[in-house]
Design a protein around this ligand. Structure first.
Ligand code: 0X9
Ligand code: ZN
Length: 432
């Protein structure tokens, strides 16, 4: 009884430590002119807004999803004349976060109850890592690592566990190198997948794991997968920002950046503004901003490690950087309007992915150049495209704003299914 009480108190304590978003409202707003935009942004210069769409930037004439704290909402209400359009999508985002937490807990309890039926650890792992069970839920970082290792152990001749360095807080940046059965020939053309540059975009790591599991399980059964893996290696980095993910999972659900303490008051650098190509464009110099670019290009250990990884693996020809949300297929460049020398090929392959995705659950994803969305500099995909000619895409996964970053777990599998199809059609172009 006493033990139970202590346990309950610990749980209570842990939940109290979580950042709450009571009465934070997610709103759709549109600012009609540049003049109004300047006044609007000046209003919020002390407490930067969390712009969920448009990469943290305020834009003119477009619908933006913005999260307002209660104080900010009050200010907004007094200055509504600055907007040409305004509506509230969720008047209390904490309600959504509570519902998500409840759902995650319920789903993990169901699995935990059933785990009692199995005796050995091996059988237990087989059950909890079965695809239908695992992809039914979002998981803490330690479980993601276990899942990846479990798959590696099941396919020792086709998968190699690797790390490329450590995060700011010392967590490993881990992945799997997938290849056809037998010795790993590292000189083969290689496809990359990277996920979770942004902490709160949980669906991105789940999708990268879904693709991994389906490549390994599919090799013997699906001729398309075999065709690709016989010709291409696939390197997957499941967690670009482990510190941020852990922080988002356990403490502050809507955290985006890494966990660099900066000068002490405001934590975090936006890892997708810290690369070299177009460094500083569409990014912030302010440590409190969601798009803080860091002290200098490649200043962050996570970014440095990923940069080294691409430098040392010049056989990488193409790949995907997974983000959420908005349902977009973005190709270079994002920092400049000049077309890439590979524009035509990349637009065409984007259209192939778009069609493949639609064929699965009828979901539409827009196929555009990054800059058509908004200028963003220091992003990974531009950097490796410019430096090494890697045919790199960003996929902004589901949804289109109904749940935004707080996408319920029942969407993990459908998202995985459609993006796995996109992976197959894109990779096929390089499996010659
Ligand atoms: O801003 C980003 O880093 C990405 N969007 S997100 O909402 N996941 O943060 C997109 C980067 C790609 N390029 C352009 N925005 N143009
Ligand atoms: Zn992102």
């Amino acid at each position: 009884m006493k033990k139970l009480l202590i346990f309950a108190l610990l749980i209570l304590f842990a939940t109290c430590l979580k950042q709450r978003y009571d009465s934070y409202s997610l709103c759709k707003v549109r600012i009609p002119t540049k003049k109004y935009l300047d006044v609007f942004s000046a209003l919020f210069s002390n407490e930067p807004l969390d712009v969920w769409s448009y990469d943290g930037n305020l834009v003119v004439g477009m619908d933006m999803d913005i999260l307002f704290s209660p104080k900010q909402l009050e200010k907004l209400m007094e200055n509504k004349f600055l907007l040409s359009d305004f509506s509230i999508i969720h008047k209390d985002i904490q309600v959504l976060i509570d519902a998500e937490e409840k759902e995650i807990k319920k789903r993990s309890e169901v699995i935990n109850d059933l785990l009692m039926l199995f005796k050995t650890q091996e059988d237990k792992n087989k059950f909890r890592f079965a695809k239908d069970n695992y992809f039914n839920n979002y998981h803490p970082l330690s479980e993601i690592d276990e899942f990846v290792k479990h798959y590696q152990q099941n396919y020792p001749t086709m998968a190699e566990y690797f790390t490329i360095g450590k995060s700011h807080e010392g967590r490993p940046l881990f992945g799997l190198k997938l290849h056809s059965p037998g010795p790993h020939n590292a000189t083969k053309p290689t496809f990359y997948i990277i996920a979770n540059a942004h902490a709160r975009e949980w669906i991105s790591t789940m999708t990268s794991q879904y693709i991994m599991a389906n490549i390994l399980d599919g090799y013997e059964k699906t001729p398309e997968v075999k065709h690709i893996l016989d010709r291409l290696n696939v390197y997957i980095l499941f967690m670009f920002n482990p510190d941020g993910y852990d922080y988002s999972y356990t403490k502050t659900r809507l955290w985006r950046k890494n966990r660099n303490p900066n000068s002490g008051k405001y934590y975090g650098v936006d890892l997708n503004r810290n690369f070299g190509a177009g460094y500083g464009i569409g990014a912030s110099s302010s440590e409190s901003s969601e798009t803080y670019k860091g002290k200098f290009a490649y200043s962050e250990p996570e970014v440095k490690a990923v940069d080294e990884f691409f430098k040392n693996n010049r056989q990488i020809v193409a790949g995907l950087d997974l983000h959420s949300y908005s349902q977009l297929l973005l190709r270079p460049f994002s920092y400049k309007s000049a077309a890439s020398p590979h524009e035509e090929q990349m637009r065409k392959m984007g259209a192939e992915m778009q069609e493949a995705i639609k064929s699965v659950h009828k979901e539409t994803y827009q196929n555009i150049r990054g800059i058509q969305l908004y200028a963003a500099g220091g992003v990974l995909d531009d950097d490796i495209h410019e430096k090494y000619g890697v045919k790199s895409y960003v996929i902004e996964l589901r949804d289109k704003g109904r749940y935004g970053f707080v996408l319920p777990p029942q969407y993990i599998i459908p998202t995985g299914e459609e993006i796995f199809k996109a992976f197959l059609v894109l990779a096929k172009n390089f499996a010659k």
